[in-house]
Design a protein around this ligand. Structure first.
Ligand code: LLP
Length: 384
């Protein structure tokens, strides 16, 4: 069965099918977001006592109502460009700048300067900023992003550790970094590591946390260990959800062993992926040889994840949810690329022009990665 795991409670979009069909009638393609789902995910995390501060990695979805919802749930924010810093400050005028963590990668000098001037927390992830622009950081508290030597994630393109990754300072360069920071009077108050995205194994953070804690003990001023994001959500029917209780226990264990450190985390996907669906309409159906195609009115311009990472999103025909999924089809978009396929070999009931197709678990890195390729506007966004 596409989408719904039998044991788990039905996805919100199944309960709200009528409202979604009405939305689709008003226009497709559209991303529809459910803020209750965002809240549920947020509360699952904040209930884990061991984490001192949760940040939302807003690159996953910077939509304003989502930011307001997570702000109300007590989240701080992690930004990777100064444009994201400005966006979150504009959206949440009462957010204290020190609750923004700015973690850019290969950004120009001006962005770091702007971040420092705005009073946000800045993470450096290379030697260059501290060796070449060290004076900029004099008297500032900074975090250092380290590369623990390996990456992890749902696809090679989302692994952010190890020799092949452009992120972080290698372990054997940390001493050099410290040396320059000391010389310029910058205080390293935190270590940061993010190994990748879409991790479903809770034990992962136990290892990362232990590795970082032992590293941090070599420094004298470290207060914060930022363990990054990467918390996955199941997408394929066979995926086992992340065990939050196990994650909580692992973090609590590390916290007991190293009470001198405050733990920070910065998930993106976990908070928003399941809260978003992409609604599209069938434009044409086609049979070529043995292959059936169902064409819809948006594709990789709205949701690039299948093309870029072979990501799997559940796809249903919302107009015919109760009909048996008898056809084996390729669900494709209208973009002039062979890779513009949203779902390979999916089971759907016979689809007709005008049917509403729902692509699930599209709230993270969906709209955020949209483009105007082929001058087709990506899907608009609406809160249900
Ligand atoms: N922190 C840092 C430093 C990051 O680079 C990222 C994501 C996160 C936190 C949040 O990761 P999350 O919890 O969302 O996994 N476009 C890809 C994912 C790229 C993630 C980039 N960095 C995808 O659609 O799967």
């Amino acid at each position: 069965a596409e989408g719904a795991a039998t044991a788990a409670p039905a996805a919100w979009w199944r309960r709200r099918r009528t409202a979604l069909l009405e939305l689709a009638a008003a226009g497709t393609p559209r991303y529809a977001y459910d803020l209750d789902q965002v809240r549920t995910q947020a509360r699952g995390l904040t209930a884990l006592g061991a984490v001192d501060r949760w940040h939302y990695a807003l690159k996953a979805n910077p939509q304003a109502d989502i930011l307001r919802t997570l702000h109300a749930e007590g989240f701080a924010f992690e930004c990777v460009s100064f444009a994201e810093v400005e966006h979150v400050r504009r959206t949440l005028p009462d957010l204290a700048p020190e609750r923004i963590l700015f973690t850019p990668n290969f950004a120009p000098r001006e962005e770091y300067r702007a971040g420092l001037a705005a009073g946000v927390r800045v993470t450096l992830d290379a030697l260059h900023p501290i060796t070449e622009w060290g004076a900029d950081f004099a008297g500032h508290d900074i975090l250092l992003r380290v590369d623990l030597g390996s990456g992890r994630g749902h696809h090679d393109k989302v692994k952010t550790g190890g020799a092949q990754s452009k992120f972080g300072v290698a372990l054997d360069e940390i001493e050099t970094f410290r040396e320059h920071a000391r010389r310029h009077g910058a205080r390293i108050v935190g270590l940061h590591a993010h190994l990748g995205s879409g991790i479903l194994d809770a034990g992962h953070w136990r290892g990362v946390c232990a590795q970082m804690a032992s590293l941090a003990e070599r420094f004298n001023r470290i207060e914060i260990l930022d363990l990054g994001g990467g918390l996955g959500v199941p997408s394929r029917p066979e995926d086992v959800p992340l065990d939050l209780a196990e994650l909580g226990a692992a973090l609590a264990e590390v916290q007991r062993a190293y009470p001198q450190f405050r733990l920070w985390m910065e998930p993106g996907r976990y908070l928003v992926a399941e809260a978003g669906v992409l609604l599209a309409r069938v434009t044409q159906v086609k049979r070529k040889g043995e292959v059936h195609y169902v064409g819809i009115d948006t594709g990789m311009n709205s949701l690039i994840r299948p093309a870029l990472y072979e990501a799997w999103h559940a796809i249903v025909n919302l107009s015919r949810l109760d009909e048996p999924p008898t056809d084996l089809v390729q669900v494709v978009g209208p973009i002039c690329e062979t890779g513009d396929v949203l779902g390979h070999n999916r089971r759907l009931p016979p689809c007709r022009e005008g049917d509403v197709i729902l692509i699930a678990e599209a709230g993270a890195y969906g709209a955020a990665m949209g483009s105007r390729y082929n001058l087709r506007e990506p899907a608009a966004e609406v809160v249900v």
